[in-house]
Write a protein that binds this ligand. Structure first.
Ligand code: G3H
Ligand code: ZN
Length: 289
């Protein structure tokens, strides 16, 4: 089986994107894995600091590694949005394939300094682990929004600057870059998320020279996804849409089986909704529609 680094390189060359989907439980993991296998596509499971508290850092790493080995299937795990070196260490030692060090809210100089520390430690400990960093702040909650999160980059001058990105990648040595290009974490209830700046994505691709990761995928318009992937995005993160799917499945199960008390019978509906949403997104990211 190819390494995650090779799958990303492959996606970059073919102008498709690998789906990165977050989980909080086994129903989510099962739904994502079924969708990936159905479409025969590599997939990345994301667990943020909060999600790792729910699932267990070592448990999450072991669950994904077990699936990879048992099914000989390219499923990988990323320590999503990690804010301290201490938490990065925990994930790397637990066996994660990739980590996202998120200092995107700090000043550029602080972000560079802290990211360099993380890169030095990871390279000295498990050099095969991929390191992603965030440059530009896009909000921090995978939830339903009523307004743009405070401090999030929305205007052109706040989006990630291509020259700054080049310097950031050169000085930190990260493998992957998550820029602010009009994307936001979370989704609006009754409206699509704002447009992505496709020209900015293309400019960043030309200067940053590492594969780029699009965060805040929930609520983005299909056409924007396609253009972003054509212009340099190699991984797309989706979380809020999965959380909504999980809840929709659970609400249906509770309504249809009001007397049911067996958790796995109720969770089957959540798993199925997650599978449906993930399959739809993966098809779009891989030009299969
Ligand atoms: O890292 C996670 C993603 O960026 C999720 O963003 O909840 O807007 O899909 P989303
Ligand atoms: Zn994110």
């Amino acid at each position: 089986m190819k390494t995650l680094r090779e799958y990303i390189e492959d996606a970059r060359k073919r102008k498709v994107a690998i789906g990165h989907f977050n989980i909080s439980d086994l129903a989510g993991l099962g739904g994502i894995f079924e969708a990936a296998r159905e479409l025969e596509l590599p997939v990345i499971i994301g667990v943020s600091e909060g999600e790792r508290e729910a699932v267990g850092t070592k448990n999450a790493a072991d669950l994904v590694r077990n699936l990879r080995e048992q099914y000989d299937y390219p499923i990988f795990i990323n320590a999503d949005h990690t804010h301290s070196l201490e938490k990065i260490k925990e994930a790397v030692e637990a066996g994660f394939d990739a980590v996202l060090f998120d200092a995107g809210k700090l000043s550029l100089e602080e972000n560079i300094e802290k990211t360099k520390e993380v890169v030095a430690w990871v390279r000295a400990t498990r050099p095969e682990v991929l390191i992603e960093a965030e440059l530009g702040y896009i909000g921090s909650s995978s939830t339903i929004m009523t307004e743009v999160p405070e401090g999030a980059a929305v205007n052109k001058e706040e989006l990630t600057d291509p020259e700054v990105a080049a310097r950031f990648v050169r000085e930190t040595g990260v493998d992957l870059l998550a820029p602010a290009v009009g994307n936001l974490h979370g989704m609006f209830k009754n409206a699509p998320n704002p447009d992505l700046d496709i020209d900015r994505i293309a400019a960043l691709r030309d200067t940053a020279e590492v594969p780029m990761v699009l965060h805040g995928g929930s609520g983005i318009k299909n056409g924007d996804f396609i253009a972003a992937i054509q212009n340099g995005i190699s991984i797309v993160h989706i979380n809020t849409e999965i959380r909504l799917a999980w809840r929709k499945g659970m609400e249906r199960a509770l309504a249809e089986k009001p007397e049911e008390v067996t958790p796995y019978k109720l969770l089957l509906d959540s798993k199925d909704e997650v599978r449906r949403v993930v399959a739809e997104r993966m098809r779009l990211f891989n030009g299969m529609e």
